[in-house]
Design a protein around this ligand. Sequence first.
Ligand code: SIN
Ligand code: CO
Length: 387
Amino acid sequence: MTFTDFDVDLFLRDYWQKKPMLIRNPWQAWANPVEPDELAGLACEEGVESRLIGRADGRWSVEHGPLAEDRFARMGAAPWTLLVQAVDMHVPGVAALIAPFRFVPNWRIDDVMVSYATDGGGVGAHYDQYDVFLIQGLGRRRWRLGQHCDADTPLLVQEDLRLLAQFDVTDEWVLEPGDILYVPPGVAHDGIAVGDDCMTYSVGFRAPSRSELVEQFCAHMVTDMVEDDRYADPDLRAQANPGEIDAAALARLQAMVMDAVGDPAAFARWFGTYNSERKYPELDFRPDEQIAAEDVRELVADGVALCRNPASRFAFVAQGGDAVTLFVDGQAHDCDGDAALLARQLCAADVLTLDPVLMEKEAAVSLIVTLYNEGSVSFDPEDGPQD
Ligand code: SIN
Ligand code: CO
């Protein structure tokens, strides 16, 4: 899927993380990538995160999936919305929606959530902590945008919905199929279905919080620390008041902390590994049958393309020379030469037709074998999780 007319540089300069933007159908030919029935089917599956949100008599209700197969037949006349998380992992056509937004690096991408609503359905006025592109897939939705919110904004917490106590509407648009609304973090928004069969695709991003980074990085670093690496003061002098923790001691103590977490290489390796962990690590995508180097060479010689698993997260950090560390699904792979070239190619494209000449290089083939056997790449775009 590609855009015919969208100025990425202008968008990044004036809108990204700054202000909302309405993009009227920029697609070459918009086609809704998942049918309502297929979405409902996903919400009934184990291992798929979904919520069914209703509103009756002014009260919101939230039901978490997996839903019973007959659940939708039992819905009343009141408006409702079904939200299914990470549909890109299950439907290749939904994964393809991410392609035009790849001007944002892989590591910032979270998932594509898909919603289905009946006439009047919505999830209430709220704000999200992340950037989102809301693509109207089917039917129409009225979006109203409002004020900038933060942690101090008063909320009405109902079920697990965090609705805004006050919504000051600043803009209002009705989105038609193919239209896109970009909403930066913190901007109040409310989308209400205009007519039945309203489907919206949220291409969502992620941005780690400082508290998460500090907590997780420090937890990682302490695993290698030893008990006898301690504060030492062989230069201690008698002090006037024994009650004071003096500036020199504080500086030395703080340096112990800062030195332990200040190594850029250790941070890069940890972050790449941490950030590339799968969203749902319990889903097992490993193939029934492991692949061998010879099989890889044959498939590539036959022109079969290598596909990244849409549930896998690929990113790399450049090292000296042409070397890179490739991060895939929580694992770090140090690559140089041909393997590094392959690693860069894999991070740049979700489907890759490999050069058979590259397959003469042991390191490159061995990287593919490892990634294939972990379920991170396949030679078949339809490969899904194992039951
Ligand atoms: C929806 O698709 O109904 C809600 C998406 C959002 O507001 O983030
Ligand atoms: Co939202």
